[in-house]
Design a protein around this ligand. Structure first.
Ligand SMILES: Cc1ncc(COP(=O)(O)O)c(C=O)c1O
Length: 384
């Protein structure tokens, strides 16, 4: 087997797709330390800078000291504490849902909840946007269901697929509200209408919208309610770790009984819950930070477009600079590093072939001069 593993790695290297792990240290001011160098950080998803916020650090420490380092068991054994239930109530209030359920990570939530939902009705048809995250693909693969991918944000295509499969016993539509690699948005009003028309359940992954968009930072589903299942993470704008599904009580009860990724895994530990608690307290009051982040996004997008680059349909804090070939994206990433900027290249299979890019992820702790620095570095690459 080791021979095949080596061959597999060789073939990844031949396509210039080798990935390596780098050690970095996050700083509180939108910078990070890498190899002894301080770099401007435009790669992390810590959109509000909460990972270093004193309240998250303090409450996480308090929970750790009061309740210990681990949860000790899965939720259905002895792993459910009063703190888990309290956070779930707070998530439900934040998302205006009837109930919520915590998961270890966002990846695990999507990979586990989708097959569990599909199990409720044999022959469920799933309709997912082609650009959904790897974890949704994993969930779809694990589901014993027919899976149909519609072209990205193409709701005529989705409508046609729903028509073609109207005989299926149940239908589940899956999208992200903000797409992780393109930074564009789903049209939730249109999806709500389609779901209602075709008697489908709508599942929205709000990983990149939670904390950043929607009233009080509660995501785009807060402004356009209708989705029955809303998944979100604590690992991005909420600065910590873990994920949730906000849903009707009926669905929560069902998942507690049927979702293997909840039942057969240890419950999230106290320190993680402490950070969640603090983030849920802070985020609704961070409108000024959200407005600043939106302004930084406008500045960067406009600047990149003026330099002649394609930023796709981004309207958020995630801004792709598409260069196309993988080698070119790698070269631009290196050039940015040389200019003190960590904005790492994203290549296939994470994004479609021929759309390798730098994915800029902005953060409210950055300022307009930081964005100017990025634009100057990009401009000098063209000239190099
Ligand atoms: C859209 C989307 N969903 C889910 C996840 C997984 O979240 P987590 O990092 O908490 O596992 C990510 C993050 O990588 C994501 O971008």
């Amino acid at each position: 087997m080791l021979d095949q593993i080596r061959q597999s790695l060789d073939s990844i290297a031949a396509k210039h797709r080798t990935r390596v792990l780098r050690a970095v240290e996050m700083r509180s001011d939108g910078r990070l330390l890498h190899d002894g160098r301080e770099l401007l950080d435009l790669s992390s998803n810590d959109y509000l800078g909460l990972s270093q916020h004193p309240l998250l650090v303090k409450r996480s420490g308090e929970y750790l000291r009061r309740f210990g380092a681990g949860a000790g068991a899965s939720r259905l054994i002895t792993g459910t504490s009063a703190q888990h239930l309290a956070i779930e109530d707070k998530v439900a209030a934040f998302k205006r849902s009837e109930a919520a359920l915590l998961f270890a990570t966002g990846w695990q939530a999507n990979a586990a909840v989708i097959p569990a939902l599909a199990k409720a009705a044999k022959g469920t048809a799933i309709f997912a946007d082609r650009l959904v995250h790897n974890s949704v693909h994993a969930g779809c693969r694990a589901a014993q269901a027919e899976v149909h991918f519609f072209d990205h944000n193409d709701y005529d295509h989705l409508h046609a697929l729903l028509q073609d499969h109207r005989e299926a016993p149940a239908r589940l539509i899956i999208t992200e509200s903000v797409f992780s690699m393109d930074g564009d948005r789903a049209d939730l009003p249109r999806l709500n209408t389609l779901a209602a028309q075709h008697d489908a359940m709508l599942y929205v992954d709000e990983a990149h919208a939670t904390g950043v968009l929607g009233a009080g930072g509660a995501g785009l589903t807060a402004d356009h309610p209708g989705a029955q299942i809303v998944m979100g993470t604590f690992s991005k704008a909420l600065g910590g770790f873990g994920a949730y599904v906000a849903c009707p009580q009926l669905v929560r009860d069902y998942l507690v009984n049927m979702c293997a990724g909840l039942i057969f895994t240890t419950a999230p530990p106290p320190a993680v819950l402490g950070a969640m608690d603090a983030a849920l307290e802070l985020v609704p009051g961070m409108d000024a930070e959200r407005a600043h982040l939106a302004a930084l996004g406008e500045q960067l997008r406009k600047g990149l477009q003026q330099l002649g680059y394609d930023t796709l349909d981004s309207t958020t804090q995630v801004i792709p600079l598409v260069v196309g070939p993988e080698a070119e994206a790698m070269a631009l990433g290196e050039h940015l590093l040389d200019n003190g900027i960590a904005a790492l290249p994203i290549r296939p299979p994470t994004v479609p072939k021929g759309t390798s890019r730098i994915r800029f992820a902005l953060r409210s702790t950055l300022g307009a001069p930081d964005v100017e620095q990025v634009l100057a570095a990009v401009a000098s690459w063209r000239k190099a």
